[in-house]
Ligand binder design. Sequence first.
Ligand code: SF4
Length: 376
Amino acid sequence: MIHARSEPVLALQGLTDGALCAEVPALSPAQARAIIAAIHRDRPLAPRPGLSRAALDAALRHGALPELAVLAHQASTRDPFEKLLFATADGHRIETVLMPLERAGRVSVCVSSQAGCGLACAFCATGDLGLARNLASWEIIEQVRVARRRLGPGRRVHGVVFQGMGEPLANLDRVSAAIAVLTAPYALAVDARAITVSTAGLPDGIRRLAELAPRVRLAVSIGSPREEVRAELMPVSRAHPLRDVLAAAGDHARATGLAPLWAVTLLAGINDSRADADLLATFARDFAAATGIAPRLSILDYNQVPGARFRRSPALAAFRDQLSAAGVRSHHRYSGGADIAAACGQLAGCEGEGWGKRARSARRSWGSTHPEPEDN
Ligand code: SF4
């Protein structure tokens, strides 16, 4: 059930210039952009040339800058990953992960798009929580703003990945509104190609994403190329089989020209056999033949969750070799912050100590550390 929440009338940090003008007709587009730029550059909202006191007053009469409460900030002792734990105004806990990229100083922020998640993937701690509610656009953007303030000199937000808590395509209107602010040059100015939206596999949402945000990248959690195994791991697969998901991903690739990322977390004895690798390679070759665009395969180690029924596969290298022998390139993605429950599959809205108690089974698919996007 989606609960009602207390929310300000208008959260200014969640708006583009057009949206702010629509809400406050007294503002010109230039004034709206000046106000939004001041907000996202953390400048005082004060009059200056091109921005009158009257314009500011009009905006502030209608809106405000609500905040998420920061409950905890943890830094991994194993790697440079960090995690932020927030509370929403109505008491939900959400998490955000700061992930270093390969190039020094660049950080990608992994944001949550929902409080909890309703898709119940068997390998994901978030899925164990159930869905509390969709996050508002400003709550998504605020995660990036707070993360940015945590970065010291020489580090900056380069990218944003929708791979935290929640299924972003189940909250696509707000996610796409957040993307508009993230990418606006007068707002957070993140390159759209450094933004990735990950899905467990909602075909309609994948096609809408191509319409609403055609420059952002798509990642699909494969789970298993075998339909019956995937349905066990990811209940959403019973409504949306992998073939339908990949057909939608093909439409997305054709519409955007962008290669999708296919993420597979290897689980010992479940999806890590040579036959699994061969089937995955067949799907990847078929996809490339149908679209002219090869998917980028990301193979991840499973991150153990206390009480989980899954184990990390010892066969990751052999799996990748098998893909390679079948003519399909792959990337081994490192997912960091496991000691602070920040790695893939571990986000459960807590600081880590009690997190194992919540987890009934092993969790979540796609990874945290990202190679920087390739041109396609
Ligand atoms: S993996 Fe993603 S879609 Fe699946 S339960 Fe976890 S948060 Fe939801």
